[in-house]
Design a protein around this ligand. Structure first.
Ligand SMILES: [Zn+2]
Length: 216
C-alpha cells in the first residue's frame, strides 16, 4: 500500500514538471527591473530624465561636484545638444526613455516594443551608443514592458526610490539609503535639486557613484 502511494506521487510529480517546462518554453526573456542597488557602499545613483530644458546652472553644479549621472533622454529633446548632455558631470551615461513618452502599462507587447526599440534606436543615432538601460515614463510598466525591453536589447529597466523636485526630496520612508536610485529631470530647478541633494548626502556621509559600475 505504501509503495503504491509512492509510485503515484512520482507519476504525479513527473506530470507537473513536464507541464511547467512547456510553460517556461513559451515565456519570453525579460529585462531585469530595479528600484535600487543592493550594496554596502555608501553611495546613491543620480539619474536625470527627459531633456526638456538644458539649464546652464545645473551643468555648472555637476561640473563642480564631478558626479557621474545616467540620463534617460527623449530623442525629440536632443536637437543639437548631444554634446551638452554627454559632457555633464564626471560622465553622463545615456539611456532610453521611449520615443514618445507614453505610459506603457497595459499596452500590447508589440506596441511597447515599438516605443522602446524606436527610442533606443534614435538615441543611439544621436549619441553613437547607449548604456542599454531603459526607464518607463511615469514609472508605468508591467511584465510585457520587461519582455519588450529585452526584445530591444535592453538589459535593465531602471525605476527609482528617491525623487527630486526643486528643493523637495521625496523618499519611500523619509530617508535616503545606500544603493538608492535618485530621479531628477532636466528642468529649470535642477541646479536647486542638485544642491539640496548634495546637502542631504553630505549629512549622511553618502556620495554619488556611477550606476553602470554596479550593473556589470
Ligand atoms: Zn519622463
Amino acid at each position: 500500500m505504501i509503495r503504491r502511494v509512492f509510485i503515484a506521487s512520482i507519476a504525479l510529480g513527473s506530470v507537473i514538471s513536464v507541464s511547467s517546462q512547456s510553460i517556461s518554453a513559451t515565456e519570453l526573456p525579460q529585462a531585469k527591473v530595479l528600484y535600487k542597488i543592493d550594496t554596502t557602499d555608501k553611495v546613491v545613483f543620480l539619474t536625470i530624465d527627459d531633456g526638456a530644458d538644458k539649464p546652464a546652472d545645473a551643468a555648472a553644479e555637476l561640473e563642480r561636484l564631478q558626479w557621474p549621472v545616467t540620463s534617460f533622454i527623449l530623442p525629440t529633446k536632443v536637437g543639437t545638444f548631444a554634446t551638452w548632455f554627454s559632457g555633464l558631470g564626471s560622465r553622463n551615461d545615456i539611456a532610453t526613455h521611449t520615443a514618445r513618452h507614453i505610459a506603457l502599462k497595459g499596452l500590447s507587447f508589440e506596441k511597447q516594443k515599438k516605443e522602446i526599440c524606436e527610442g533606443e534606436r534614435r538615441i543611439k543615432e544621436k549619441f553613437g551608443s547607449t548604456t542599454g538601460y531603459f526607464r518607463p515614463p511615469y514609472g508605468s510598466w508591467d511584465k510585457r514592458t520587461l519582455q519588450a525591453a529585452a526584445a530591444c536589447g535592453i538589459s535593465h529597466v531602471v525605476l527609482w526610490t528617491v525623487s527630486l523636485n526643486g528643493r523637495t526630496i521625496t523618499t519611500w520612508d523619509g530617508k535616503i539609503h545606500r544603493g538608492n536610485i535618485v530621479i531628477a529631470h532636466y528642468v529649470g530647478s535642477l541646479a536647486q535639486s542638485i544642491r539640496q541633494l548634495e546637502k542631504r548626502l553630505k549629512a549622511q556621509g553618502l556620495t554619488v557613484a556611477r550606476l553602470s559600475d554596479y550593473l556589470k
